[in-house]
Design a protein around this ligand. Structure first.
Ligand code: SF4
Length: 234
């Protein structure tokens, strides 16, 4: 089941109750009375305060965090085993983001749920994920346990991403941006797609796309330069 930005998944003109009821009727084949009964329980299951009155509201009457909870409740209504969470904390302030992540963590344990989290926010990824896959231009370039990938990244793109994170509040260091722009789909560079932007590229990098191969402790890496020991200084 997919859980995504509520601005994309909630209809702005319909009440929350109507949207939940329609979802339950359409996807679970419930009759109107049963769907309405289930709809009343659903906001409470994702800790929406005053669930009965919440059902009468429209999305614009809710805060970003509450809309996100409602979208999560709808995604969980069919009791999926796997939840695909696509940028679940986009546009939320840090306090609300922390609440949503806490809720998601609790639901993972309560419901024995597996979550595939898609995010550009490495803070969110490192607070939630057991395993991390870093993708560039549609391909996985590094994959492994969180501690290895985030704590000791090996692929030049992963390392560049982490180096581009802002420092702690008050720190006066410049953000190290990755030079250039991501390639357009359909116009990928030959060989390693990251080579035009990679500080450690060698001529062979423009040849064949590097395969993703196991290197150590469950880590898979698509960078032969890194793999064979020409490790660039951090
Ligand atoms: S294969 Fe070459 S270009 Fe690609 S990440 Fe490794 S060093 Fe950089």
């Amino acid at each position: 089941m997919i859980w995504q930005d509520p601005s994309a998944s909630l209809h702005p003109l319909l009440s929350i109750g109507t949207q939940i009821t329609e979802h339950l009727r359409y996807h679970l084949g419930l009759d109107a009375a049963t769907a309405e009964r289930r709809a009343i329980e659903l906001p409470g299951s994702v800790r929406v305060p005053a669930p009965a009155s919440a059902l009468r509201g429209r999305p614009h009457e809710f805060s970003g965090g509450l809309r996100q909870r409602v979208a999560l409740g709808i995604a969980l209504a069919r009791e999926p085993k796997i939840l695909l969470a696509d940028e679940p904390t986009t546009a939320l302030d840090v306090t609300v983001q922390a609440e949503i992540l806490r809720l998601l963590r609790d639901l993972v344990y309560e419901r024995q749920l597996s979550v595939v989290l898609i995010s550009h926010d490495l803070g969110v990824v490192s607070s939630l994920a057991d395993r991390v896959q870093v993708m560039y231009a549609g391909r996985v370039v590094e994959s492994g346990p969180r501690a290895q990938v985030i704590g000791a990244p090996r692929h030049p793109y992963t390392r560049a991403l982490l180096a581009a994170l802002p420092g702690p509040a008050g720190a006066r260091s410049r953000i190290q941006a990755i030079p250039g722009s991501p390639p357009l789909p359909g116009h990928l560079p030959g060989g390693c797609a990251f080579h035009p932007r990679c500080a450690f590229a060698v001529p062979g990098c423009a040849g064949e796309p590097p395969p993703l191969v196991p290197v150590e402790s469950g880590v898979l890496l698509a960078c032969p330069v890194e793999h064979f020991g020409a490790r660039a200084p951090k």
